[in-house]
Ligand binder design. Sequence first.
Ligand code: ZN
Length: 321
Amino acid sequence: MKAIMYHYIRYSDPEFPYFRHLHWEDFQKQLDYFSRSFQWISKTEFLEAVHDATSCPEGVILTFDDGFMDHYAYVLPELKQRGLWGIFYVPTGIYTTARLMDVHRIHLLLGKWGGRYMYDALQEMVTDEMLTDEHIEAFRSRTYRSQSNDDYTLHVKRTLNYYIDYACRGDVLNTLMGCYFPEEDKLKQRVYMSTAHLRQMQEEGMLIGSHSVTHPVMSKLTLQEQKREIDESFSFLDEATGGLAIRSFCYPYGGFHTFTADTEALLDQSGCLFSFNVEPRDITAGDLQKRPQALPRYDCNLFPHGNCRPIEQNSTQKREK
Ligand SMILES: [Zn+2]
């Protein structure tokens, strides 16, 4: 069985010319491709396989991470029309603050202003004291060979994810958001689904799962903190949906370094049936039997039509409109 992972799925938006997303039409083409090339596994078949863990059906299931409004606005109607279903993993912290998650703030800043612009903004704003010592030089150097927008984007992401002292990161992002998206609470409502949307999705046959509360690297937390991320997110989703159909989890970031055997044990204890990581391979009966809290999953970009369109195409569209 193949599980496929999606994040942003939308039309190109002239307001966000550099935004990296799977284009809505490419998503539809990819669903067509899966229909032609594989079987779809129904929700009933899938849940039976997870419960029995004796055999694993051949075919495809779909998963969608991060609670984006895209999933309600575009994915839900399309899946319904095709008679399909999906699992939607939501970090519940998005409902308890007026801010966006830091990881999504970075996507939006870069998506609206582009790598070059954000690079310059950071060079002006970030002082050496905010940087970890070994990264000051890397941050100040301007040694990109092609100096394309993508090079700058990479530099901005590295700066915000590694070069800046972790303690300063929140402040730097708060300042950037204050400058470039002063109405963050309104933007947040455009980016994420509401709890009413979650409830409706479940009522219409979709599965809702936990993606933690704060979207942390679970392995960096204490056992107690990990337990809180798991238990609080499940309780929140139970309340929001009127009772989750089943408990399922997907690890933020998702590589094998992002969770431990302890995390898997905590998930077992919380009544979680299965969890996804991002190891790109098929799920086997052995996985369901022996390690249901670490099921593999493919990124959509490993299959035809699953790549982001080049930025130039978005920008061209912008000029045409
Ligand atoms: Zn995520």
